[in-house]
Design a protein around this ligand. Structure first.
Ligand code: G4P
Length: 535
């Protein structure tokens, strides 16, 4: 490899950080994203992200549904710079628009920021997303938000994270008061207090007044009880809490915790600085030829998400590729591992919210959007040089099931084509009954919206009106060892066996309890919540 390319790649990797935010709706993800972009200079006034969303709703009818429901279906990748670093924020759709894409995006992320509402603590969607991060061993950075409002005791929140998620915590900063009496945070590394000044919605960077702990003015600045409480808390943290151990953080076993208020910008910059210091840089990826470092001189990457018809004028599709190694260049020719075809990557795109900009060069850790006239599927690897293939992206355990009927026989072909293309795109998982007489596909999803998207698109793009009948299941498990293992155990109760699109057996249960019961009755049966590998 030329030393020039080597040093270029090395430098690009050193300066790149890539992460996704995991949170429950309303914890403040949009607000925090906006504030991070504000510090990154990508926007100049907070409010722009929401404004863009509103604008998009007004100008695009990719999904009149988006308008009808007032939500954002499409996720985006936001790139911004802070200090010398290039930061890629992979936006995970997370509201009612929760879907498998949310999980898949985590397959392209190197780090996760877990955003928690201080009054609510851990919430269901956060827990689910955490499980996916854990599976991937992602480092997790916690931001406890909304300290300007009354919330739960900080120690209690740390305890909840430790007990429920099994993560060690290290509080990087510590809040002083809360709600009306929120005075700021104490930075444990620098041993300084950052004083909070209330500002309306923090449309600009927050003023940061910093006082050293030893400063004589502190006792005047803080009311006696808050000062006393801070000293007590710090003693407790120093006494019983572990030290910050970056190795454990990088293994996803310890989470650095930050406290702040995204709305008022408070604590956001402190968080960003420390995150950039501690986060994992783009690293090695497992592949068919072993672990490949990001500085490997040939280009390679994998498709983690497909998106159709973002722009109704073009009816186009975009494949989102996470760059893993080498340097991506516009118009380069690459090999497509699954099909063995050679593909020219013209018109690559970077996405900022919904606006597209053409990109010429990208490095490991970046995400590029490629036009996809049906060439790419989720999990596909593209590469130059020696053949390599990245580990696929698994199917995630669906929780909602429904049969989909096409009542109009003359539309049979369009229906089949639509279902097959939407499945390939990863819009929804498709399963079938083992009873040959029941030919209607079973849609399996992690979020309700996926059903709506499928029906909407079948109608809009394939001209097929469909009828959806919800099924009473909420748990799906793949059978390890396939049909052979399943046939060995004989008749099973309180479960329905179906097959996935790769003909593998899947057991559907009404609830977790039935699933546990079955495992107790058949200790030799091994079930998995996640299918081994996709496509
Ligand atoms: P999400 O993307 O995670 O769903 O959350 P989003 O940022 O939309 O925030 C949800 C609500 O919480 C918003 O209020 C937002 O202003 C508020 N919020 C976010 N961060 C903070 C914070 O640090 N402190 C306080 N007090 N509130 C916060 P909203 O009333 O739904 O919207 P808006 O009218 O404020 O825009």
């Amino acid at each position: 490899m030329s030393t020039e390319l080597q040093s270029e790649l090395h430098q690009a990797v050193e300066l790149r950080r890539n992460f996704a935010i995991i949170s429950h709706p309303d914890a403040g993800k949009t607000t925090l994203t906006e504030k991070l972009l504000l510090y990154g200079g990508a926007i100049h006034e907070a409010g722009a992200v929401k404004a863009r969303r509103a604008q998009r709703k007004a100008t695009s009818d990719w999904m009149a549904m988006e308008q009808q429901r007032g939500i954002s279906i499409t996720s985006t990748v936001l790139q911004f710079a802070y200090r010398n670093c290039q930061i890629n924020l992979l936006d995970t759709p997370g509201h009612q628009d929760f879907s498998e894409d949310t999980y898949r995006t985590l397959a392209a992320a190197d780090n996760a920021v877990m955003l928690i509402d201080a009054a609510k603590g851990l919430e269901p969607q956060t827990r689910k997303l955490f499980e996916v991060c854990k599976l991937r061993g992602l480092p997790i950075f916690t931001f406890v938000n909304k300290l300007d409002r009354p919330g739960r005791e900080p120690l209690e929140l740390l305890d909840e994270i430790e007990q429920e998620l099994g993560l060690q915590t290290y509080a990087v900063n510590w809040p002083i008061g809360m709600g009306d009496r929120f005075k700021g945070v104490f930075d444990r590394q620098q041993q300084q207090i950052h004083l909070f000044e209330r500002s309306a919605h923090g449309s600009k960077e927050a003023l940061d007044t910093v006082v050293d702990l030893g400063d004589a003015t502190i006792e005047q600045l803080l009311e006696a009880d808050l000062y006393y409480q801070l000293k007590n808390d710090l003693e407790l943290l120093e006494g019983v809490g572990p030290e910050l151990d970056l190795e454990l953080v990088h293994q996803g076993k310890m989470t650095p915790v930050f406290f702040g208020s995204a709305m008022t910008n408070f604590g956001v910059e402190l968080f960003l600085k420390s995150f950039l210091d501690c986060a994992l840089k783009p690293g090695v990826h497992n592949s068919s030829v072993g672990e490949v470092p990001p500085t490997y001189p040939e280009f390679s990457g994998f498709v983690f998400k497909l998106q159709a018809n973002m722009d109704p004028k073009h009816r186009d599709r975009i494949a989102f590729v996470r760059v893993c190694t080498g340097r991506f260049e516009k118009d380069m020719t690459v090999n497509h591992a699954r099909t063995g075809k050679v593909v020219r990557l013209s018109r690559p795109q970077k996405l900022f919210a919904q606006e597209r900009e053409s990109i010429d060069i990208a490095y490991p850790g970046d995400v590029i959007g490629l036009n996809n006239p049906g060439v790419f599927a989720i999990g596909d690897t593209i590469y130059t040089g020696q053949k390599l293939e990245y580990e696929g992206i698994p199917y995630f355990s669906p929780e909602l099931f429904a049969t989909l009927r096409n009542p109009n026989p003359s539309k049979f072909k369009q229906f089949q084509k639509g279902i097959s293309e939407l499945r390939e795109e990863g819009a929804v998982q498709i399963m079938y009954s083992t009873d040959e007489a029941k030919r209607d596909p079973i849609l399996a999803a992690v979020g309700q919206l996926q059903f709506e998207v499928v029906q909407f698109r079948l109608h809009n793009e394939y001209g097929v009106e469909t009828i959806l009948d919800l099924l009473p299941y909420s748990v799906a498990r793949w059978v390890e060892g396939g049909w052979e293992a399943l046939n060995k155990v004989g008749r099973l109760f309180n479960t329905t066996t179906v097959k996935d699109s790769m003909d593998r057996p899947v057991l559907l249960f009404r609830n977790e309890w039935n699933c546990h019961q079955l495992l107790e009755d058949h200790p030799n049966l091994k079930l998995s919540a996640i299918a081994p590998v996709l496509y």
